[in-house]
Design a protein around this ligand. Sequence first.
Ligand SMILES: [Ca+2]
Ligand SMILES: [Ca+2]
Ligand SMILES: [Ca+2]
Length: 243
Amino acid sequence: MIKLVCIAIVAGLVFDLVEPMEKNQMNSLSARFSKRPPRPGHIQREPELEVYSSVPIQCWTEWFNSDNPSRGGDQETLSKLRRQYPEEICLNPAGIEATTLSGTPADKTEDKIFKSDTTTGFICRNRDQKHGKCNDYRVRFSCPPPYCSKKVCWTDWFDRDNPSGTGDWETLSSLRNENRGKICESPWFIEAVTKDSPYTPAIQTGENFYMFSPTQGFVCRQRDQSSKTCLDYKVRFGCPCTE
Ligand SMILES: [Ca+2]
Ligand SMILES: [Ca+2]
Ligand SMILES: [Ca+2]
């Protein structure tokens, strides 16, 4: 199942902007927003559900087991798994993990593994084994959060600042200080919308953002806008659910 399907508007713009940006860089960033080109970590599941990430955040999918060692070996290939579990494995997984059904990592078994990579998937051939038979394996893949076994849980909305002064500063560190225990250790997403109805997503306002990152928070600086003013935004964070 797609884990994020319930989220109507996700504007998880992820920038790791630690240093102040020059004006021309801000302009090129905003130009890239409007064209919305494919970029590393870009996930498009539905038109209204787009997540941009310059630093893809990865986590593990569910475990998959589509085969057993009879007839030649245990084949948990990506092509087969994708047919059997459509939409559950991302296009370019960053990693693969294989264990026996009882949880022993593949490299801790006696088996000689023919393939275990993110292009093919996993193959153990019976003919490569001393005793003529592979263990039964399960595999999982490292993918962006919409594919992860842990669901996304959203925090409350936070609005700690307003645009007066230098801008609207909704940094994660300040929000954490002012909302103890309410924001997880490592958020996967950040969503920013205008504070007031109709709650326009930040990326649709045309403003330039100094910071927009699930690990750092959100900042709109007045000096980065041609109008020299920012709208007032509120933010929330998408965290792995704790169950
Ligand atoms: Ca298997
Ligand atoms: Ca302010
Ligand atoms: Ca605000």
